[in-house]
Design a protein. Structure first.
Length: 406
């Protein structure tokens, strides 16, 4: 809210008895004084009620008109700055009146911002602080954004200052319903939310580096939908474990999958483990000690006998604990394993991690806080999601009540 009050600085009167007229400008609860460049005698200022009464002298009419124009000019500048989303401050107003507006900041493109963030993120991935798979997702986010700009704006770049809520809404709609990847049209809710959060994260990085001042993606409020995790029951886990495959390829994939089922390590973390990650404690129990690449959170897991058996099988055959395989190939071969073992669920490498959290640990009475620590979760709410799907735990607890109410 802008307020302008004119007053006389009588203590600065000149030899002719004329004093300068100043404006006290109040904006957003801050104030400053600005000289109007006009002068009048103290007697005439007081006798005309600060030039508010009906004026007879032509000179005084000219001064009053000048003060009105001065005030209108300030109001116009405030309105113009607000209209275009620019910063409005007393300093900028004063500079504008003096014809010394600060130089306009160089425009920054949204694609440029994403690219700079991804260069920074690659350094973290190369240093082992973040997972290479996460970098791939950020690169995919950049590709999706580029496609959106070309399709909706026929542009290769977009000035960040022109991005508004309508742009954010259109981008989300494009991702959700119109984007294409490998023949599939549209992206499911949780992936859309994650991509939008990636754009927001990239802009946060640009703010920290001083490239921009505001994050246009702050208006986005999409939420992840909680979905039931796919995991194996003990019977399904036993079916895979007892099955011997005639091809070395499927046998190797089976072993890697089971290792993750008994340790809870995600693909990126499992394939990066080596002998230095195996630690023996004072009671001669073996542990895997490492940090999750995704969160940099420590995830120490005591080794169960099935996992030790798999490590011993492949020890010395490669530098890592397990044979190397891409996530894509792993999931393709797991589909074959699922078909052979007559498992109706869609098997992916992450099903192993979910199986560790549910069937192997929570299902066998391991306390949820300990499961959370082994999974490398940043908070226990992430682990509680797994606990919700453990119907057998509910049944177990209710069996106790059945005995009480017989």
């Amino acid at each position: 809210m802008l307020k302008v009050n004119f007053y006389l600085k009588a203590d600065k009167a000149n030899k002719s008895g004329l004093s300068p007229i100043y404006a006290k400008v109040i904006l957003n609860n801050k104030s400053t004084t600005i000289s109007t460049g006009k002068m009048i005698s103290r007697e005439r200022w007081q006798s005309t009620n600060n030039l508010r009464t009906s004026l007879r002298l032509e000179n005084e009419k000219i001064i009053r008109n000048a003060l009105e124009i001065f005030k209108l000019n300030l109001e116009r500048r405030v309105n113009d700055l607000s209209k275009f989303g620019s910063e409005v401050s007393l300093e900028i107003l004063k500079a504008g009146l003096r014809g010394k507006l600060p130089p306009k900041k160089k425009s920054v493109g949204i694609i440029e911002i994403i690219e700079k963030h991804n260069v920074y993120f690659k350094k973290k991935a190369d240093a082992g602080d973040r997972a290479p798979a996460s970098l791939q997702k950020y690169e995919r986010a950049k590709t999706l954004l580029s496609t959106f700009l070309k399709k909706h704006y026929q542009k290769n770049e977009m000035d960040l200052n022109t991005i508004d809520e309508a742009f954010i809404f259109s981008l989300e709609s494009f991702l959700r319903y119109d984007s294409e990847f490998k023949g599939v049209v549209g992206i499911k809710n949780n992936s859309v939310v994650k991509y939008m959060r990636m754009f927001k994260t990239a802009c946060k990085h640009a703010i920290r580096t001083g490239s921009i001042e505001k994050n246009p993606f702050d208006v986005y409020e999409g939420k992840l939908k909680v979905c039931d995790s796919v995991f194996l029951t003990q019977e399904e886990l036993n079916a895979i474990e007892s099955k011997e495959f005639g091809t070395e390829r499927l046998q190797r994939v089976k072993d890697i999958f089971l290792f993750s089922c008994y340790t809870g390590y995600a693909p990126t973390d499992a394939t990066s483990l080596n002998e230095t990650n195996i630690i023996k404690d004072s009671s001669d129990s073996l542990w895997i000690m490492t940090k999750r690449a995704k969160t940099d959170i420590r995830a120490n897991v005591p080794l169960l006998p099935p996992a030790i058996k798999i490590i011993d099988k492949y020890r010395g055959k490669q530098t890592a604990l397990l044979p190397s395989i891409s996530n894509q190939k792993m999931n393709a071969y797991l589909k074959e394993i699922g078909d052979v073992c007559n498992i109706q669920k869609k098997l992916t490498w992450y099903v192993a991690r979910h199986t560790f959290a549910t069937t192997v640990t929570l299902g066998n009475g391991v306390r949820i806080e300990n499961v959370s620590a082994m999974m490398g979760h940043t908070n226990i709410k992430q682990t509680q999601h797994y606990a919700k799907v453990m119907d057998q735990n509910v049944l177990h607890d209710m069996e106790i009540l059945k005995g009480i109410y017989q």
